[in-house]
Design a protein around this ligand. Structure first.
Ligand SMILES: NC(=O)C1=CN([C@@H]2O[C@H](COP(=O)(O)OP(=O)(O)OC[C@H]3O[C@@H](n4cnc5c(N)ncnc54)[C@H](OP(=O)(O)O)[C@@H]3O)[C@@H](O)[C@H]2O)C=CC1
Ligand SMILES: CC(C)(CO)C(=O)C(=O)O
Length: 312
């Protein structure tokens, strides 16, 4: 399959690497020139479950996407605030048959994608895979993960199932979900707890889990997400979601991972996706008349930290 990864940071590199190793024809697309140069010169390097590997994979700057090339699948893996610009840049690659899969963290990305892609070609989902970048062209990939996805367009279930099979054939452990809005809220609970708290406290997920207040904070935040989700007829199984969130604490699986928000703000002084996670719950809470004090406060804390660190 001919696949473009639009946003080849940590996660785009993981998916690009695994899909390439799985025999697909992969093109990475990104905007970070140093990273692009490194991959062009030396290949995509990765510490892959403890083993140092290099994979030769083509990469282009999103400002110079090849005209006349068409892709079967484009996987979106930018940060939420970069999504619209990336879609504008990859527009020439979207043919009538091109399917577009969005696996970004956060809520509501379909509203942006719909401006560029016909509904029947949009697939949305989320992933529990993790990834980090050690520097330009070098990823650190450990642990296991999964993907859930669904079609947005009516009658596209078979295409969504085939898409999940394509990802799974490269080891990405993808499953079709018949209620992706539920899965997205469930995953947003993971990010709404792990990302902001690990960033403010400057710990990985196992470190957060080892603190005494961690469980109570998780319970309160998940309840805020659930109260907002219920207003959209998404009724979360709260005890199950809390248990799922707390699996992230396990140091033998993904607990040693510093969430992507920590990588952005603390490691790289970059702005965060907080407005698309806890911030989205605060905004929706105001709209629906639901109080969300922990999400409000966490959003403010992360924004204050962005200012203090002069994040860009
Ligand atoms: N990392 C993870 O473990 C997980 C992440 N996600 C989600 O996946 C999506 C993509 O996240 P992720 O892959 O972590 O994003 P990254 O920050 O690694 O990459 C996103 C973009 O940021 C820019 N960039 C990244 N690092 C630097 C740097 N040091 N200096 C300059 N530019 C840089 C690049 O684009 P540009 O130059 O154009 O800005 C890159 O395409 C997000 O929605 C995230 O929440 C989901 C699950 C796990
Ligand atoms: C918390 C985690 C690892 C879950 O996959 C994630 O989504 C992130 O780092 O942003």
């Amino acid at each position: 399959m001919k696949i473009a990864i639009a946003g080849a940071g940590a996660m785009g590199s993981r998916f690009g690497l695994m899909l390439k190793q799985g025999g697909n024809d992969v093109l990475l697309i990104d905007g970070w020139q140093e990273h692009i140069n490194a991959i062009k010169e030396n290949g995509l390097k990765a510490n892959y479950n403890g083993e140092e590997i290099t994979v030769k994979v083509p990469i282009v700057n999103q400002n110079e996407v090849p005209t006349g090339e068409q892709f079967d699948l484009i996987i979106l893996f930018t940060k939420a605030m970069q999504l619209e610009k990336m879609l504008q840049d990859v527009k020439p690659l979207i043919a009538d048959h091109t399917e577009v899969l969005c696996l970004l963290n956060g809520i509501g990305h379909e509203d942006v994608i719909e401006k560029f892609v016909p509904m029947e070609k949009i697939f949305i989902g989320n992933t529990m895979w993790t990834a980090g970048l050690e520097g330009p062209g070098k990823a650190k990939l450990f642990g296991s993960g999964s993907v859930k996805l669904q079609n947005l367009g009516i009658g596209q279930e078979e295409s969504a199932k085939k898409l999940a099979e394509t990802l799974s054939a490269s080891g990405l452990n993808a499953k079709y979900s018949d209620n992706i809005h539920y899965s997205i809220y469930r995953k947003a609970c993971v990010n709404g707890t792990m990302n902001g708290l690990c960033t403010i406290l400057d710990v990985n997920m196992a470190g957060l889990g080892a603190t005494k207040p961690a469980h109570d904070m998780v319970v309160t935040i998940v309840n805020e997400f659930a109260a907002v989700a219920a207003k959209e007829n998404v009724n979360l199984d709260i005890p199950e979601v809390i248990e799922h969130v707390e699996t992230c604490f396990d140091p033998t699986t993904i607990g040693m991972h510093f969430p992507s928000m920590h990588q952005d703000l603390i490691k790289n002084n970059r702005l965060t996706e907080i407005d698309y996670i806890n911030g989205a719950i605060s905004r929706k809470g105001k709209k629906y008349g639901v109080v969300t004090p922990y999400c409000d406060f966490l959003t403010q804390l992360v924004h204050s930290k962005e200012e203090i660190l002069g994040a860009k």
